[in-house]
Design a protein around this ligand. Structure first.
Ligand code: SAH
Length: 230
């Protein structure tokens, strides 16, 4: 899967994706991550990408022509005509649709995910209306830029791409994965898990997990999951 990011601060992506699960997937070539600097498509020789809002108001907005040129550079000249189901262009936006596990699952099947990171006061509305396929938020709060949201979306999506998680890290039973509970496909929250020591400062591991009875243990895990599912 090829993930492309358009951002004013490409360096922010280096550390989070240089290590651990996603870093490994990138070095193995399962995920290709390219972070493009929006300034490459600046509208003047000083590297400006933003401008004052029409009608007044505080702050600066990233211009639609700059984002359009960036997308043409990143995805190709005919990116608007050539809309395929295998590619999604996402604008990070505080008022967008809320990102969730289901979205991550859908996106993990794409060939190409393109994320546009806003900054400053935001982005000219025409980027959302005319250029992006979707406007997506990571929650009801305002961050200074779309970089952290893009990283959250990339992490949640990339770990679901086949081959990214090792066999010890399966995503099948995780929180928010769909599980068959009482004959219904529900989004489960993972049951509580414990490791050694068996007792620490008087805090004990549930007895049933030490029983060595796989049937009982499975039943307990299912019941705990049921309590937590949404
Ligand atoms: N003026 C805007 C906020 C701009 S914040 C408003 O009131 O909605 C600058 C940029 O950060 C946004 O363009 C967006 O790309 C990103 N951003 C901020 N909060 C976000 C969130 N919760 N989810 C996704 N992107 C967010």
């Amino acid at each position: 899967m090829k993930i492309e990011v358009i951002s004013l601060f490409p360096k922010m992506f280096e550390s989070p994706f240089g290590e651990s699960i996603i870093g490994r997937a990138i070095s193995k070539g399962i995920i290709e991550l390219k972070v493009h600097n929006l300034r490459n498509w600046a509208w003047n020789d000083y590297g400006a990408v933003d401008d004052r809002p029409f009608g007044g108001g505080v702050g600066m907005l990233i211009r639609v022509d700059v984002v359009d040129k960036a997308l043409k550079g990143v995805v190709g000249d005919d990116y608007q005509k050539n809309k395929t189901r295998k590619r999604k262009i996402v604008l990070t936006s505080a008022r967008g649709k809320r990102f969730d596990q289901k979205m991550a699952e859908e996106w993990s099947k794409l060939d190409n995910l393109v994320l546009i990171c806003g900054h400053y006061e935001g982005v000219d509305q025409r980027v959302a209306d005319e250029l992006a396929d979707e406007e997506v938020s990571i929650g009801d709060y305002v961050l200074s830029g779309g970089e952290l949201p893009a990283m959250v979306m990339i992490d949640a999506t990339a770990r679901l791409v086949g081959g990214v998680l090792g066999k010890d890290e399966s995503s099948k039973q995780e929180s928010f994965s769909v599980q068959e509970i009482d004959g219904q496909g529900l989004r489960a929250i993972e049951y509580p898990q414990y490791t050694r020591p068996q007792e620490y400062r008087g805090w004990k591991v549930p007895e049933v997990l030490l029983s060595g009875d796989p049937k009982k243990i499975k039943k307990w895990q299912e019941e705990e999951t049921k309590k937590l599912c949404r």
